[in-house]
Design a protein around this ligand. Structure first.
Ligand code: M6R
Length: 617
């Protein structure tokens, strides 16, 4: 999500670090900083906002020539806020209490609150709201009080205590000839150069200096010196890693080697869903630390109003099913631009749930204000930390999708659903409609989803082939029942916005009330078939469209019976509880839309007439 660059060698470090940060800026960041070794101490310069703010601060210190300071070692970071709003204090690098250890970090330290509490009782003072700061203090604690012989032992000991995901760069004023990097569930590469060595969260950051990289695997640690790199596991045992030669150009490196950001972002879904759910699940229960809703507040809620646009609105339709079935509270879902003007019935006993990736969509924001004006309590599910909607809502549950660059929303939707499920289970427990034991069963199912997404991604060739055979379709129908209908809306939107093929989503049972007149020889129909209790009914609907010549792509769970007999092609997804199925079954639809658009030669990442963030009415 965030970006990391580090360098040690014979060349001036600051221009290399700033050049690397510039290469990462295309992802859109909210603050940046560097820590560098100079005259026996570590200096940190960090600034909220665009990289130019940091650059200005460095120029204030060094003048226009950043190579003038004689600095040969440093680590740098661009931040996409997760814990704590974008601010100078929350920017990385973070320093330990003595200022002798600096840390940059990507990922989420899941047990940071526990560590923070115990370090606070030992007298450590925290200056930021981030999870990362605990790492700096913990390393120093081990380095100074636990008789760790050196920085490396202190880092290894710290890695044994932190839980969650991390790509880390660690600098210590007492060891100016090296720095340390480590990774778990967050990408980090080591670059091997002629004049020194590098770390980077993304290859483009160092590509102009070297094409020889070591890709660190999970739970690996690297000690970098100007003249060499040692790689080991977190127990300090040497690991033999061969460098890989990268021959991508910068543009494809930014896309992680994928042809488009959309494909890169679809491949990030397992990580994004894991980051959204795992840190919030503890011993089977759900902990939403920043949410102030109490059992009394929840008991007062008489109805829920969901407000969102586009993909986020489709996530809202899934939310309605989930909340109504597990919490038994009536839920309405509106597109934000309609909600504002329909004199909605909203009062002090309404919870307005607002969903938005960007947190800046004007219609959604205005509708949220309208709900608030009428007395509703507002709860936002948002991806961008510190965005306008996040700031104005009474409570915010952040999705951890990371920056989404492609205009077509993909990983944001999966993570919005992940957040919706967390909220639903929590509400159900607070309402006394779900026991903690039942909640643990649900959270166990949630935690299994990232692995299922991995399998879907690895089976994508089936969709690529199907898309190749049908990309000339003039019109595509998505039909489903129950949650599969909610999901069909998203599948249909994805296809139309990037491939420009006319598409509609229909409830399976509604076809015969008019739309079936449009089905003719060769019409393409996509059918999610994940709702076990409605499967026979859907099979009936498929027979109806097949009888009129439709070609049918089914998306069904591994153990779904009979579907091969009625569909032309079936894409199988791992078995999953029907309530959670949209989070998995959307991914084949995103992939299908992607392959169709690529075959048609469309500009996948920047479809015509659309903008990523719609800040006009
Ligand atoms: O940033 P938001 O989630 O509020 O954006 C809402 C819609 O504009 C957005 O989902 C749009 O529909 C996407 N292009 C869909 O891929």
């Amino acid at each position: 999500m965030c970006g990391i660059v580090g360098y040690i060698g014979s060349r001036p470090a600051l221009p290399i670090l700033m050049g690397g940060l510039h290469r990462l800026e295309y992802r859109g960041y909210d603050s940046a900083g560097v820590a560098f070794f100079q005259e026996g101490r570590i200096d940190v310069v960090k600034r909220k906002g665009r990289l130019s703010n940091l650059e200005g601060a460095l120029r204030g210190q060094f003048g226009d020539d950043l190579s003038s300071g004689g600095i040969r070692l440093g680590i740098a970071h661009t931040r996409w806020a997760t814990h704590g709003a974008p601010s100078d204090e929350n920017s990385h690098p973070h320093l330990s209490a003595s200022g002798r250890i600096a840390v940059v970090h990507n990922g989420i330290i899941e047990n940071y609150l526990e560590i923070k509490r115990s370090l606070t009782t030992l007298g450590y003072r925290f200056v930021s709201e981030t999870d990362t700061e605990v790492v700096a203090h913990l390393i120093e604690h081990h380095f100074t009080t636990d008789a760790c012989r050196d920085l490396l032992s202190a880092v290894l000991r710290t890695l044994g205590e932190i839980e969650g995901s991390y790509a880390l760069g660690v600098l210590c004023a007492d060891d100016p000839d090296s720095f340390i990097a480590a990774r778990k569930d967050s990408p980090l590469v080591v670059g091997l150069g002629d004049h020194g060595n590098f770390i980077a969260s993304d290859i483009p950051a160092i590509l102009e200096h070297t094409r020889e990289v070591l890709i660190l695997e999970d739970k690996e640690v690297a000690v970098l010196r100007a003249d060499g790199v040692r790689v080991m596991d977190t127990l300090g045992r040497p690991v033999d890693r061969r460098p890989m030669h990268v021959d991508w150009d910068i543009e494809s490196a930014e896309k992680g080697g994928y042809e488009h950001f959309m494909m890169k972002e679809i491949h990030e879904e397992p990580r994004a869903v894991r980051d959204t759910v795992a840190p919030r699940i503890h011993g089977g229960g759900i902990r939403l630390d920043d949410i102030s809703l109490t059992a009394e507040d929840v008991a007062r809620i008489q109805r829920i109003q969901i407000i969102a646009c586009g993909t986020a609105n489709h996530a809202g339709h899934v939310a309605r099913h989930a909340i109504e079935s597990l919490c038994r509270i009536p839920v309405d879902v509106d597109v934000a631009s309609e909600f504002r003007y329909r004199d909605p019935i909203v009062d002090g006993r309404t919870l307005a749930i607002v969903i938005s990736q960007s947190g800046e969509t004007l219609d959604t924001m205005a509708a949220m204000r309208e709900a608030k004006r009428r007395g509703a309590r507002t709860f936002a599910i948002v991806n961008v930390v510190g965005s306008s909607i996040a700031r104005e809502a009474d409570d915010v549950l952040y999705t951890m999708a990371g920056p989404e660059i492609a205009v077509a929303s993909t990983k944001a939707y999966n993570t919005q659903l992940a957040a919706v499920y967390l909220l639903t289970f929590r509400l159900a427990v607070l309402l006394g409609r779900m026991t903690e034991a039942e909640c643990a069963i649900w959270t166990g199912k949630l935690l299994a989803l990232p692995e299922s997404l991995e399998r879907i991604l690895s089976d994508r060739e089936v969709l690529q082939r199907f898309a190749y055979e049908h990309f000339n379709a003039r019109s595509v129908f998505f039909i489903g029942r129950g949650l599969d209908f909610a999901l069909s809306m998203e599948g249909s939107l994805k296809l139309k916005e990037i491939s420009y093929i006319h598409s509609e989503a229909y409830a399976g049972g509604e076809l015969k009330h008019g739309t079936i007149a449009l089905i003719e020889e060769g019409t393409l129909v996509v059918c999610p078939l994940t709702q076990t209790s409605l499967l026979d009914k859907m099979i009936g609907n498929i027979r109806e469209v097949k009888a009129r010549g439709a070609v049918v792509l089914g998306i069904a769970c591994d153990s779904a019976p009979k579907v091969d007999d009625v569909c032309d092609t079936v894409f199988r997804i791992p078995d999953v509880d029907p309530l959670l199925a949209p989070l998995l079954a959307v991914t084949p639809m995103q992939l299908f839309a992607y392959y169709v658009a690529v075959n048609k030669g469309c500009d996948v990442d920047k479809p015509r007439n659309l903008a990523k963030s719609v800040t006009v009415e």
